[in-house]
Design a protein. Sequence first.
Lengths: 430, 317
Amino acid sequence: MINRRNFLTTVAVGTASAAALAACGTGGGTSAGETGSAENPVTINYTWWGNDDRAERTRKAIALFESKNPDIKVNGNFTDFAGYWQKRATEAAGGGLPDVMQWDLSYLRDYGQRNQLLDLGTVKINTDAFDKSLLPSGQIRGKTYGIPTSTNAFAVYYDPAKLATLGIAEPTGKWTYKEFNDFLTEVGTKSKSAIFGSTDYTGVWWMFNIWLRQNNIEAFTEDGKLGFTKDDMKKWWNQTAGLRGTPAIITEERVTQLAPKSPFGSNVTATEVTWDNFMAGYLADSGAKELKLVPVPSDDPDNLGLFLKPSMLMVASAKTKFKDAAARFIDFMVNDPEVGQIFKTSRGVPASKTQRDGTTFEGTDKLVVDYEKSIEQYLKEAPEPPIVGFGTLEASFKRVSSDLNYGKLTIDGAADAWFKEAEDLIKQNA
Amino acid sequence: MTQSPTLSRRSAPSASPLPRKSRQRGADARAGYTFLLPWLLGFIALTLGPMISSLYLSFTNYNLFDPPKWIGLDNYTTMFQDERFLQSVGVTVGYVVFGTPLKLAAALAVAMLLNSARKGQGFYRSAFYAPSLIGASVSIAIVWKAMFGDSGPVDQGLSLFGINIGGWVGNPSMTMPMFILLTVWQFGAPMVIFLAGLKQIPADLYEAASMDGAGPVRKFFNITWPMLSPVVFFNLLMETIHAFQIFSSAYIISNGEGGPAGSTLFYTLYLYLRGFSDFRMGYASAMAWLLLIVVGILTLVIFKTSKGWVHYSGDAK
């Protein structure tokens, strides 16, 4: 159990050992770092977030890597997403980040700009097979801090079987926000509230981001400020103002009760707006036979605001003693076709063409790949890594939206609350 | 969490005034400090040192990565313009004010039930004490969350009586009662101390009162309560401090977010989020110190008022 005293102790011990480690951490800096041999292999630490399924796949990939690279041993470790970042923060403070880590775009600036991550441009990783428009999302000020493992895109999920029992036609994915809202209402009404249309999609940061792009607004400016106004935000939350509290949208009480499972995975909503690589998880959670993907709504049929985002990145610690080994492991994880066979689309669609072409996609994996192909003509450039502290902003966006659905905040009040936090945070990190 | 029941002045061990040579006393002291050393080192390295460094950090802007930047009292002053901070204060104060007295009342009631000499009393005492041993654990918080969730046992039980309020976990106005029930259920530790206190009340007082025709209510207010007041005082102090520190159950039941609608955003949870999710360690340290100061003042206040209602036997009153 954690009480205040233990907590403070941890903080301070972390700080103290950071100082101690910083004192003895310098020296011994050849460019490749220490290398090993088959008789005397070096051991690198690798950490990732995910569920048991991903852990199993990762173990397989590590075993394969070790058999191909007898001079390197990989020590793997994983946690869930929320705990992951708290752990990294403490490790970074203590100077003990693992050598190689799975990373999220939201936190790339926090650590990259603060010199915690290795510039991967200084080591040998083959990026020839990558789409050139994708690589910048792992770069900050000309330095490469992360290599994307795979891509994901936003989509509307639906369960065809549920729609069939309600006698509702399957959507084509060419819809305006009004048509999408009407569809959600139809689900709620025809099912007599047994199934809700969806969760309130205005509470999803990335959907807001996509809507901004549909209106040709970038969420963040290049100098790390907000690119949209309070009015944009109010307009966005007003999209579903007429739906909150109706069967079109699930109540916030239910969402909270179901957490950490999603309402869609729990079979209480007919659709969900989120990343396409959640497919495997939703299938497992809901037990549905089949789930389908269509594009998100847009009031401009030529601009869907969609983009491919690195679903995750591979990064290395700036302090790693084994740069060469770390680089070889990253190269292997992003490029090797056999790794693609192990992960399929559970990390997203492989970003490297070598890996993608070497992977056979069947069943649901094929659905995800096909979806990303079907939206190719609408894709815009991936957004730059979001600003420092983005993880906090994303969380508070979700929280404020939730308060809005609880009726604790008005739309104006919600926008005020979020902007106050955002401005405070931007000032703090300036 | 261990609370040693050294309570009344009566039970303090009387120092034996054996005359000793001063040299031997010096050797004793050295031996004493030697035995104390492991604890002392631990205290300085793991408690005092960290506390001092957190005091320093509370005056800085520190994000874990860059060196701390001195900003004076800024953290302390901005706190009072931070709505989430004020919300967390409200939630915590509500919990302490309602949870602590209820918990103590439950503990005292059960202690009085268990005080009578009856067959199998040992078993009942252990059974009633057990929840407080496991109460703070992660697993209980998970069980609690399931019990009070949608169509959980509580929801279903209540609907048998025609009360349909749905799950408590997702309902902002029901989460506080849920947490108070959780703390009341963990009455074991104060109960054991009450029980020890009850055992010390001389039986002849009750006998005399009975002969004078006093009923159970009269006996409680005129004998039990005054005789027990030092123990009540101790329990009140410990449980108040303890209540301010609620963290793990809130963290687990709200998935570490303090939801729904901020209704479980306890002070320590917000402190933790500020430090480890928002990387604002300076702010978090300032919050920790403010909590320490407030709890300190509150303890002082309870001590001051205790003169009016706590009676030590042997006092000329």
